[in-house]
Design a binder for this molecule. Structure first.
Ligand SMILES: Cc1ncc(C[n+]2csc(CCOP(=O)(O)OP(=O)(O)O)c2C)c(N)n1
Ligand SMILES: [Mg+2]
Length: 323
């Protein structure tokens, strides 16, 4: 059971995430943000609750990671400044939307290569096991990523080595405009992991269910049983990126999707079960909006990275301090 404080924290970060991304979209349209911008609106329950539940371990995520980074503790200012390409950004303005990287919060991206981060998470889990660290590693990836070879190789080695790794599949049923059932023989991608490890399934639009499932998974890793696969079914509201008009999904399909809105679902639970008042929820919503406004102002006023910094961080120096 989650208590009032935790529910408020989840709600705050989900609302913050959604407002943050609408602001990012607006500033993208105004030309202040360039490059790719993949929005996570509709999928906030997974992005926030999984990060909060997996508090102690290391996290590797996809390129749709603004909300995950903030739920992990990276400041909205540092994320927005990164989108604006400014020196104060979490990757010093040189990573952009898909490369939010912050070892101080045990958050290792953001990767533009679909599924490319899964083997990196395997390596990290191997290191953690070798070091005797019990917290484990979580890697978040989409349904589309499970069709790549790197995914299967990662399942294999993680299972063979009994690594403390949670494979968290965010199944929104689409890879850009391609429906998963056109490129995979089943809707449940957990079927692919079943020969290798135990699998679990959760409603990815339900923040409390996600929190409880990931918490349970982390305990499983801590007990040293080896890897685990968790599949969360979600629905993204926007196009694949802001450059995608989302024309491959019908208005009916979108309406069905929005009926399960994760913020509304948590809100109802807070009002009806936890006895939190609508005035308290409104206070959280206003605080989130103020934080987004401050992040935009901070980003807009921050300097560009200096020209001399353009070759920094291309190659690792002085060993492997980041891990
Ligand atoms: C190796 C590789 N192949 C193709 C692409 C182009 N691409 C970018 S996102 C994407 C779809 C991935 O879908 P999914 O894994 O389901 O994640 P979602 O976008 O739904 O979160 C593709 C094919 C890429 N970036 N990397
Ligand atoms: Mg997908």
């Amino acid at each position: 059971m989650i208590d009032k404080l935790l529910a408020e924290d989840l709600y705050y970060h989900m609302v913050l995430g959604r407002q943050f991304e609408y602001a990012a979209k607006e500033h993208y349209m105004q030309g202040e943000i360039s490059g790719f911008l993949h929005l996570d609106i509709g999928q906030e329950a997974l992005s926030v609750a999984a990060m909060k539940a997996f508090e102690k371990g290391d996290v590797f995520s996809t390129y749709r990671e603004h909300i995950m980074a903030m739920a992990r503790g990276v400041s909205p200012k540092a994320v927005m400044a990164e989108l604006f390409g400014r020196q104060t950004g979490v990757s010093e303005g040189k990573g952009g939307s898909m490369h939010l990287f912050d070892p101080s919060h045990f958050f290792y991206g953001g990767d533009a290569i679909v599924g490319g981060h899964i083997p990196n998470a395997v390596g990290c889990a191997y290191a953690r096991k070798y070091q005797g660290n019990q917290s484990g590693v979580m890697v978040v990836f989409g349904d589309g990523a499970t069709n790549g070879g790197a995914f299967f190789e990662s399942l294999n080695i993680a299972a063979a080595q009994k690594l403390p790794l949670l494979f968290l599949c965010e199944n929104n049923r689409y890879a850009i405009g391609t429906k998963i059932t056109r490129v995979a023989p089943f809707e449940k991608q957990a079927n692919k992991a079943e020969p290798y490890m135990p699998t679990m399934e959760v409603d990815g639009m339900d923040a409390i269910a996600v929190y409880e499932a990931v918490q349970k998974a982390q305990h499983y890793l801590e007990e040293g049983h080896g890897p685990l696969f968790l599949e969360a079914f979600t629905c993204r509201y926007e196009g694949h990126s802001v450059a995608d008009a989302n024309s491959y999904r019908s208005p009916q399909e979108m309406a069905l999707c929005k009926q399960q809105d994760p913020i509304e679902k948590l809100k109802m639970h807070m009002l009806n079960v936890l006895g939190i008042s609508s005035a308290q929820l409104e206070t959280l919503e206003k605080r989130a909006q103020a934080e987004v406004d401050a992040a935009v102002n901070f980003a807009a006023q921050s300097p560009q990275p200096p020209l001399e910094a353009r070759f920094d961080h291309l190659f690792a120096e002085g060993g492997n301090d980041a891990v």
